[in-house]
Design a protein around this ligand. Structure first.
Ligand code: HEM
Length: 436
């Protein structure tokens, strides 16, 4: 067990709403507080301080099991790469002790689903290999025409709304969901249902998205999704198609036995959930930064070849996945700090993406940032985001269509962000625009 070092008082207050690090209980509470993730200036004030003063920091928030936060780019990469020492199982994301106990009581284990992000080898390698070919850049290229149809539809919807909309809520959340539904081969009439499921899974701490406890909370969400998946699995076994559901439904486990319903459900869920809010948040954040930085928008309009780099910068900027955990399988060391076997570590991806050791002037949004591809928003190493090529492809197509259809964008109100410490991003982005 680590000992808690007392952190120095910063020379000036971090920001008005961040407690002093010298007040450890309050500072540690701020690290896990979902509100810190809905207010980017608070999040970045906390993690800038940690990168500078305590890059590997022992955090003991009340109501949570303690853990290390890893704030620097180099240290996160080192942890991610060594997946023999740092395991994904058993602790995955921030949850209160009370929630962990509820899951234990319900499942007898530590999770509601078992999917790629909670697996280690040999299962991880095996499960990842099942769909790696499907999500490769080469295969994704084949989806380009269908994705463009969906992007055009979203942009036409925006045009039909007149000259003003909430881009985050009315456009950006629907398009990636439809793209994911395309990969799963899910029918359009299931759209509302899948929207609800993915929002309840990832927005579990946001008051607007969480399912009330009297309605069964997250457990009821998973049960409903389970029934949907069983239908898809049965159908794809009987009628194989060119979609990722067919690959999953007909796959075999490491021991050669057929894929079980629980494993199939978990796979569909990770694709649906991981592929949705992440991409929509990055698109909204990207448009917001283009509006806030008219010089960058001009650069992009003058040189559309910059778009792929601009998309990477949007993703670096947004870093919608705020953390994942790893657990040390043996005694180790990270950033010069000894880590004991069994200790848990949080990898703070948005913090890595503001690290001055890698990114020059990291708080500036620059679409032509030369080394932007070093960002860790997709993670790193063996668990590197499976859907990264799909995410970049669909964002590129969406922005091509947006820039082609509209002349001018400006803010029409205050943007806001989701309260969630795992995956969080833009919730409302009111904008005005001129149809070309
Ligand atoms: C894993 C981010 C889009 C599917 C991850 C991880 C991150 C991430 C940080 C964990 C990586 C690690 O542990 O090293 C993002 C971001 C996205 C995005 C920022 C959009 C901008 C997508 C899409 C899909 C997807 C569109 C759809 C297929 C997955 C899956 C994993 C994953 C299946 C688990 C991979 C594994 O553990 O082997 N993603 N993701 N993601 N992502 Fe994404």
């Amino acid at each position: 067990m680590a000992t808690a070092a007392v952190l120095p008082e910063p020379a000036i207050g971090l920001t008005p709403h961040v407690p002093s690090p010298a007040d450890k209980p309050a500072f540690d509470a701020a690290i896990v507080d979902a509100d810190s993730y809905a207010h980017e200036e608070r999040y970045h004030a906390i993690f800038k301080y940690l990168r500078e003063e305590a890059p590997v920091y022992w955090c003991e928030p009340e109501g949570y099991r303690p853990f290390w936060t890893v704030a620097r780019h180099a240290d996160i990469r080192r942890v991610e790469l060594d997946n023999e020492t740092f395991l994904n199982d058993p602790r995955l994301t921030l949850a209160t002790i009370a929630d962990e106990e509820r899951i234990m009581a319900l499942t007898g284990g530590n999770k509601l689903t078992r999917n790629l992000v909670s697996m280690d080898n040999p299962d991880h390698k095996h499960f990842r290999a099942m769909t790696q070919g499907y999500f490769s850049p080469k295969y994704m290229k084949q989806l380009e025409a269908d994705i463009r149809v969906l992007a055009k539809e979203s942009v036409e919807h925006m045009a039909s709304l007149g000259s003003q909309c909430d881009f985050a809520a009315e456009v950006a959340i629907w398009f990636p969901l439809r793209v994911i539904m395309l990969t799963l081969g899910a029918p359009r009439e299931d759209e509302q249902f899948l929207m609800k499921i993915t929002q309840e899974v990832f927005g579990a701490q946001d008051f607007d998205h969480m399912r009330p406890e009297e309605m069964g909370g997250l457990f009821a969400t998973i049960a409903e999704f389970n029934a949907w998946c069983d239908r898809i699995t049965a159908d794809r076994k009987a009628n194989p198609r060119e979609d990722v559901s067919t690959i999953i439904a007909n796959a075999t486990l490491t021991d050669g036995s057929p894929m079980g319903n629980m494993e199939a459900m978990s796979y569909y869920l990770i694709i649906a959930a991981a592929g949705h809010d992440t991409t929509s948040s990055s698109s909204s954040a990207g448009l917001l930064e283009l509006i806030r930085n008219p010089g960058e928008m001009r650069k992009l309009r003058n040189d559309p070849a910059l778009l792929p780099n601009a998309i990477e910068e949007m993703i670096r900027w947004a870093s919608p996945v705020k953390h994942f955990f790893r657990t040390a399988a043996k005694d180790a060391e990270v950033g010069g700090v000894p880590i004991k076997a069994g200790d848990n570590l949080v990898m703070a991806y948005p913090s890595a993406n503001r690290d001055t050791a890698v990114f020059d002037d990291p708080f500036a949004f620059r679409i032509d940032r030369a080394n932007v591809r070093q960002h860790l928003a997709f993670g790193y190493g063996p668990h590197l985001c499976l859907g990264q090529h799909l995410a970049k492809l669909e964002m590129r197509i969406l922005f091509e269509e947006l820039l082609a259809r509209f002349d001018h964008f400006e803010l029409a109100g205050d943007p806001s962000w989701t309260r969630a410490s795992f995956v969080s991003g833009m919730k409302h982005l009111p904008i005005r625009y001129q149809v070309k």
